[in-house]
Design a protein around this ligand. Sequence first.
Ligand code: URP
Ligand code: ZN
Ligand code: ZN
Ligand code: ZN
Length: 464
Amino acid sequence: MLIKNGLIATAGDLYQGDIYIEDGIIKEIGKDLNIEDSEIIDADGKYVIPGGIDVHTHFHLDVGIAVSSDDFRTGTIAAACGGTTSIVDHIGQGPRGTTLHDPINHYHKLADGKAVIDYGFHGVIPYEVDDDRLKEMDQLLEDGIESFKIYMTYGQMVHDEDSIKVLKKAKEKGGIIAVHPENNDTVNYLKKYYSENGMTAPIYHAKSRPEECEGEAINRILNIAHLVGDAPIYIVHLSAKLGLDYIKMARDRGQENIYAETCPQYLVLDEEKYNLPGTEGLKYVISPPLRNKANQEPLWRAVREGDIQVIATDHCPFLFEKEKEAMGKDDFTKCPNGAPGVETRMPVIFSEGVMKGRISINKFVEVTSTNPAKIYGMYPQKGTIAVGSDADIVIIDKDKEVTITKSMLHENVDYTPYEGMKVKGYPVMTIVRGKVIVKDNEFIGEEGYGKFIKRYKNDELVRF
Ligand code: URP
Ligand code: ZN
Ligand code: ZN
Ligand code: ZN
């Protein structure tokens, strides 16, 4: 296959050229390549970028009261249609007493033969950490699980004492710990307070998880990571300026191994959504919640200036009518937390970021593909356009104008938080390991084509 005349954009480059692909790998890059008998794809006037990598999805996540509605087939089809060629899933942790291997094995069964793009799993640290769990981390690191998640809230929260143990292990063995940072006791107190005093409308979801809860937890886990000799720590779904300030403060005092992710919802949506009429606000019941609009520009600036390295989605869809609305209509605390986003990330960030001049095309590639690949042990197999890399490539037509509606998306859920949003620029072709799997928003790939990505340990993480 030969992709001709595209504007090839990587994290560090922008040039016009041709890309020749053989056996799923990029074989040659140059000007006016002529290779006999190759299928030609004309990319004249379009951006040709490394496929998006979404390192924060929740497919088939069982949260007790509901299971997220995208499985590895529908979720990866939606991802591909939105210009994403690899995902790394934050898997469910299973019941108390579970090992680290149990959920990994369970998710291998859920993804194998189903996923249409390549996929990896973050391990998840369940509840308590003993020597057996730590030995399992060693084993999993060898098996291609380079990262582990800890939750500082929810039923499966990990206590600080156990966070120290897993951070130490990650530091020793070249892994990284991803963390959901919210102060558990404060959130629980506030939820109970509002719920018991009749303040049960969706806006109280936001009020029960204020910025201070996120900021405190970020500051705490960064200090703990510092204590453990600057262990690598990755903050997921950063939503507000306060947490960002703590991240900058830690970096300023010399802590180097800090990585931060934000998501499109925190960059383009705000807490006014919770005041929409009726039950509409329940569509945005996610944790952390949408914030006051004043947080958006600081987050964009942090993306631009490198204080935030990754934009991922936290895709965790629940059916609106049957689940979010049915359970949450009388009390926000009963509404399952999460929203879809895996398909809209690339178009929303391209349009709001690149087309509106907030970030360059190179920065767009860096935060949606290259940095996630580097941080999570996939680079340079994934995350760039270079000779020898997997031919995971997306073609974006920057002139294509689209109004996002549920009906044009492939996510297996009955709404999108971005309904009615006008975007300029949209992926028109998605190629995974040399195979065209999406053309003009139509999925033409095959179920089960996606392969497990064995991610490598980072003995020396890339410093930003
Ligand atoms: O509300 C959300 N984000 N649900 C998914 C689980 C998590 O916290 O990432
Ligand atoms: Zn399951
Ligand atoms: Zn989370
Ligand atoms: Zn999440």
